[in-house]
Design a protein around this ligand. Structure first.
Ligand SMILES: Cc1ncc(COP(=O)(O)O)c(C=O)c1O
Length: 453
């Protein structure tokens, strides 16, 4: 019998998160206040986040203690198993060993609760009564709905309208966990009303939903906003994935040659990759690869620039690879990962060449996901399919180069609530889609008056 899973006991769960800001060879550019052009202060952010989270967002302390209350909730499904994908390896027939961190075992079905639970906890400690957020396909919204319920907070989620209509099960999950879920753009905020006045049939976008959630949080009593990816504190909370993976790989005496993840806002990729990037900064030879869609290719086609995180320009200006805050994803794209910008930390690592970025079209990603489901059994989330496509690519490269490789990747979530996307793929309704160059001109135009990083 071959060992398929590497498990850690509850008591072996990492007790600290890892903050890569402490180890970066070159400093990151700060987020800027759009009015003054100066770095944002803690007070600038106080209307949307509680101070304990703001301090973590700005922290350069290498290790940050995970509170006992958060660890106790993590133990519901963590430490997550590390798997060896023997069946997929056999199908590929390449000289690779493939390991993956199974983040689909969380109650919400993805890595998102790793960040939702500490956010709900820190808000509770700070006296917040209600949290407002946005969600795309619904993974983040459902994770936050569960986490806020665990800590006795109210929760409202603005869900991108096209997903709200096409993916009712995620809304039902949010409702089951006690949260309110509304389609965005809505009539409840000025940001939503502005979009509807111009485009009554707008399918929505994450940029619009973020604007609505922030406006709601700023104008409501005892309410704060939560973002499910992109920001430093979100990536910090996700590092539990990579820290566990390091312990698990150590148990079997293997170190990966390649570490991979899919990239939307960057949080699951960073969660696995940042502890290994630390090793790389300190001399270890390891390739680190982020996979994104060709339809939303912020890292592979977008400029590195200061841009807003939302359409209504309510966030600070963030230094990141971006497709412009006014980006609206093509309705044909079923694979998720539709955010216009990439996390400043991930963007910085790409710019400094510590991380490589690759883009895959949705036919390739669903092809890889279906192959995975038919060999390994678990049906991946459409987002996760991007990294599986990248794994296939890397395995083929190993074959061409005649080199043996150990690949480790983040299996960020299951696709059981996304079967309509599989249905569209299997019935031939999806097309390969690449962002046209005219869209890059639009992005450059959207950021042309902002400070340059
Ligand atoms: C399963 C899954 N993987 C990956 C992502 C991408 O987000 P991030 O880049 O923040 O991990 C999402 C986002 O919704 C997701 O649901």
């Amino acid at each position: 019998m071959k060992q398929v899973k590497v498990l850690l006991e509850d008591k072996e769960i990492p007790k600290k998160w890892y903050n890569i800001v402490a180890d970066l060879p070159t400093p990151m550019k700060p987020p800027l206040h759009p009015g003054t052009g100066q770095p944002v202060t803690h007070d600038d952010l106080a209307a949307i986040f509680p101070m304990n989270i703001i301090e973590q967002e700005a922290s350069s302390q290498r290790w940050i203690d995970i509170p006992d209350e958060v660890l106790q909730k993590y133990l519901l499904w963590r430490p997550s198993p590390l798997y060896r994908a023997y069946n997929f390896e056999k199908l590929l027939n390449c000289p690779v060993k493939i390991y993956y961190k199974h983040e689909g075992v969380s109650p919400a079905g993805s890595h998102k609760p790793n960040a939702a639970i500490p956010m709900a906890y820190y808000n509770k400690v700070a006296g917040t009564k209600r949290i407002v957020t946005e969600t795309g396909a619904g993974q983040w919204g459902s994770a936050l709905a569960m986490a806020t319920q665990m800590f006795g907070l109210e929760c409202r989620v603005y869900m991108v309208k096209v997903s709200y209509e096409q993916k009712p099960y995620r809304r039902m999950m949010m409702n089951t966990w006690g949260a309110e879920c509304l389609p965005s753009p809505s009539n409840l905020t000025q940001a939503g009303r502005n979009v509807l006045a111009e485009h009554p049939d707008s399918p929505g976008s994450l940029g619009i939903a973020i604007s609505e959630a922030i406006e709601d949080a700023v104008n409501s009593k005892n309410t704060r906003y939560a973002l499910g990816s992109v920001l430093n504190h979100v990536l910090l909370y996700q590092t539990i994935i990579g820290l566990e993976a390091q312990k698990q790989m150590e148990k079997i005496g293997i170190y990966p040659d390649v570490v991979m993840g899919c990239c939307g806002g960057g949080s699951n990729f960073a969660g696995l990759a940042l502890p290994f990037t630390c090793d790389k900064i300190h001399g270890k030879k390891v390739k680190i690869v982020g996979a994104e869609p060709t339809s939303c290719p912020s890292m592979t086609k977008g400029p590195f620039a200061y841009d807003f995180g939302d359409l209504a320009k309510t966030t600070p200006l963030l230094p990141m690879y971006t497709l412009g805050h006014d980006y609206i994803p093509a309705p044909i794209h079923a694979g998720g990962l539709r955010y216009h910008g990439m996390a400043p930390i991930v963007s910085h690592l790409v710019k400094e060449k510590l991380v490589e970025a690759r883009a895959y079209d949705q036919l390739k990603t669903f092809d890889a996901g279906v192959k995975w489901a038919r060999t390994e059994g678990f049906i991946p989330a459409p987002e996760t399919n991007h990294v599986i496509a990248a794994v296939v690519d890397e395995a083929m490269r190993a074959k061409e180069e005649g080199k043996e490789k150990v690949i480790l990747f983040n299996w960020s979530g299951h696709g059981l609530v996304d079967l309509s996307a599989y249905d569209a793929y299997l019935s031939g309704k999806l097309e390969a889609y690449e962002l046209p160059d005219s869209e890059i001109d639009r992005a450059l135009n959207a950021i042309k008056d902002f400070p340059k990083p």
